[in-house]
Write a new protein. Structure first.
Length: 480
């Protein structure tokens, strides 16, 4: 059976296929980008040819796997039997991928000579750290280890060279925002680690920092993970969303959080009220958003900067999802959430629209106001929201970023902040053929079609993974 890597980039639906290698295929990594009509932020590491989560991933030579079928109306996969999903995703006997070295360092050996599937970087996630998912389902991270980013395998302190996350395997999606990490595993389980002061890892582990990877027993049908600041959300196979962790601003979305609420901390996954037919969930800061099958977008949680698009007199938080008051909402095919701003991408026009916190220009309008109005920015095929900046992948494979540039996270030299391409130069210097992109707290990373990982921006904790602790104002090739 053929090994398939179908993965979504930084809220995106860019898919990549990595075929098994043989001695007759040594020229370059066999990477093919399949751009579907819709992208979202879960990152899929590797899947069998019998399983594909996206209608745009077409494999004429692959037979249909049991229990799964593509449904164009659903804009995602449907499943008939959960056991069939587990059987399909657990059977890798014909194409066992080589293991990553258990130590630090970013080299992944080329398995071409042995005929094994070559292990390649297939997705990148950037929060305060950088984590890269490989095609054999393992993760390497670099950066801040104060809260146990490496699962206990590495001593506390900054780590500027990529190291294996101990105790996490079979990963198809990993997310982080600040101090905790969650990975969606095949088939459908969730493992989280790091900071747990707000039960963002649930009460399976005691509150505190440095929690090693734990599996959340109440979740076994997860297809997408979204991580905010001290809270976590998961999209399930039945099209619902469950969230847990900090609920002080209603970010769990169950109607019980916020001022006067009965549940300021949700220690177990709680169903987000009133949401069905969800095909994407995105989180960041203290709010989250979901995209429904019909293209409508619902958001909940913090509304300090109008990121819920409900401009009430006191910008009240919303403890339950409410639809965006947005005439283009039914065209949305992708979302990303930063620390106070939100962006969506239209399927009809590829326009990127942003709103919310704009003190550093992350919304991309002409000013740097505290509350940015809804602004049409540029055309793109993928988007990623950093804390106070935004990046977009253009059709030609280059990246454009705008907003805060305090640590060089715009990737084009000096300057405190900048506007997007429609108002000035915004192209990240020297970066081409990008197929995966993500933006973190103050840095960004990309995977190019040759399998290399490039990062730029803040590097005080070694989060760029290039072996240094110096900020980089232009992309550098990393050790991943």
């Amino acid at each position: 059976m053929r090994l398939l890597s179908c993965w979504r980039t930084c809220s995106g639906r860019t898919l990549l296929t990595a075929q098994p290698r043989s001695s007759s295929h040594r020229s370059r990594k066999n990477v093919e980008v399949l751009r579907g009509p819709d992208r979202r932020k879960a990152r899929v590491g590797y899947l069998l040819a019998a399983l594909c989560l996206f209608p745009s991933c077409s494999l004429e030579s692959a037979s249909s796997g049991p229990g799964w079928q593509l449904d164009d109306d659903r804009d995602s996969a449907t499943y008939d039997d959960r056991d069939a999903l587990r059987d399909a995703t657990s059977d890798t006997s014909d194409h066992d991928a080589p293991n990553l070295d258990s130590g630090g360092g970013g080299d992944v050996r080329d398995a071409s000579d042995s005929g094994e599937a070559e292990v390649v970087p297939v997705a990148v996630a950037a929060g305060r750290n950088t984590c890269v998912t490989y095609s054999n389902g393992r993760i390497k991270c670099a950066g801040d280890n104060e809260f146990g980013a490496f699962g206990g395998a590495v001593e506390r302190g900054d780590v500027n060279e990529p190291a294996i996350v101990d105790g996490v395997e079979d990963v198809h999606a990993v997310e982080s925002f600040s101090s905790h990490f969650c990975a969606a595993l095949m088939p459908g389980q969730v493992t989280c680690w790091g900071e747990n002061a707000s039960y963002q890892l649930t009460d399976v582990a005691p509150p505190g920092s440095g929690t090693p990877p734990i599996t959340i027993p109440s979740l076994d049908d997860v297809v997408e993970i979204a991580v905010g600041d001290n809270f976590t959300c998961a999209r399930l196979l039945d099209w619902r969303v469950e969230c847990w962790g900090d609920n002080a601003r209603g970010q769990v979305g169950d109607g019980r959080g916020g001022e006067g609420g009965s549940q300021m901390l949700a220690s177990q996954p709680s169903v987000v009220a009133g949401l069905t037919d969800v095909i994407e969930v995105a989180a960041g800061g203290a709010n989250a958003c979901a995209r429904l099958r019909d293209g409508r977008v619902f958001c909940w949680g913090d509304n300090t900067f109008g990121q819920l698009r409900r401009h009430t007199p006191d910008y009240q938080n919303d403890h339950e999802p409410s639809p965006l008051e947005n005439e283009r909402a039914d065209e949305a095919v992708q979302l990303c959430v930063g620390d106070g701003h939100v962006c969506s991408r239209s399927g009809r026009s590829s326009h990127v629209t942003c709103w919310g916190r704009n003190t550093e220009g992350a919304v991309g309008d002409h000013g740097f106001d505290e509350w940015g109005i809804e602004t049409l920015v540029i055309d793109a095929i993928d988007i990623a929201c950093g804390a106070h900046f935004t990046c977009a992948l253009a059709e030609g494979g280059h990246v454009e970023c705008w907003g805060s540039n305090s640590n060089g996270q715009l990737g084009r030299g000096e300057g405190p902040r900048a506007l997007p391409a429609s108002y000035g130069e915004a192209v990240v210097a020297g970066l081409q053929d990008v197929v995966a992109l993500d933006a973190g707290e103050a840095h960004a990373c990309a995977v190019t079609s040759d399998g290399k990982v490039w990062c730029w921006g803040a590097n005080e904790h070694g989060q760029l993974g290039d072996g240094t602790n110096e900020d980089k104002r232009a992309p550098v090739e990393t050790l991943f």
